[in-house]
Design a protein around this ligand. Structure first.
Ligand SMILES: Nc1ncnc2c1ncn2[C@@H]1O[C@H](COP(=O)(O)OP(=O)(O)OP(=O)(O)O)[C@@H](O)[C@H]1O
Length: 225
């Protein structure tokens, strides 16, 4: 695996490519779950290569198991601001507002097993945004949801990252759905065999007009012959 990648603050980057290409590995390197054998990982210009995930200014969402199953939705979201089980009044208001922002008002007492897959991912999104980390890493968090729900979740994510008028969060999104990248990503990186084989603006990358490997992956190769 060999990656050389630079992403602007506020950019939404989609990572696409065949199974085993290294998409999750790239995210894990950015998050700190893996340490590179050589090279560096800089976030906001600061070398974070040796820092643990908890020490990095980011939140990560996986396809599943983002929540603690024994804790309520409220507690799961509250962990975004405090590790303590007791929250003060101001923190309670923040958590309730975060749940409301993802359309889950009144779901605070539910445990993950009592919610649908989409609702669980909304809870995870609420926690991620409550943490206010500038970088959000998404490893196919909506892949298990149907097309309409996936679209709704991406819309929700797009809205959440722009809130408060500040700089939008930077997003790395691994996806097996090129249409998700087309509708939301600024740039698309195509990974193959442990390298970024091609990278460019989403429109150009997904049109199939560029790199033949990308066209082949997208199933567009024949149209370009
Ligand atoms: N901890 C590990 N140790 C050794 N090899 C690993 C490890 N994790 C993943 N790999 C290998 O590295 C390669 C890239 O895996 P990775 O999970 O990054 O691919 P991916 O592009 O995310 O695939 P998918 O789309 O199927 O999730 C695969 O060949 C995988 O078998």
């Amino acid at each position: 695996m060999r990656f050389d990648l630079s992403v602007e603050s506020g950019e939404w980057l989609a990572l696409i490519g065949p199974s085993g290409a290294g998409k999750s590995t790239l995210l894990d390197l950015a998050a700190g779950f893996l340490t590179p054998k050589a090279g560096r990982v800089l976030i906001a210009g600061i070398d974070m290569t040796r820092l643990s995930p908890a020490e990095r200014p980011l939140s990560m969402l996986f396809q599943e198991n983002n929540l603690f199953p024994q804790l309520s939705a409220f507690r799961n979201v509250a962990l975004g601001i405090t590790p303590k089980l007791r929250v003060d009044r101001a923190q309670r208001a923040l958590v309730e507002a975060a749940l409301a922002s993802v359309g889950l008002e009144g779901f605070g007492d539910r445990r993950p097993a009592e919610m649908s897959g989409g609702e669980r991912q909304r809870v995870a999104l609420a926690r991620a945004f409550l943490r206010e980390r500038p970088l959000i890493l998404l490893d196919e968090p909506f892949a298990a949801l149907g097309p309409a729900l996936r679209r709704d979740m991406l819309e929700l994510l797009a809205g959440l990252r722009r809130r408060d008028g500040g700089a939008p969060a930077t997003i790395f999104m691994v996806t097996h759905h090129p249409e998700d990248a087309a509708s939301h990503a600024d740039r698309v990186a195509y990974l193959e065999a442990g390298e970024i084989a091609a990278i460019g603006p989403a429109g150009a990358m997904l049109s199939g007009a560029g790199d033949p490997r990308v066209s082949h992956y997208l199933g567009l190769a024949r149209q370009n012959v």
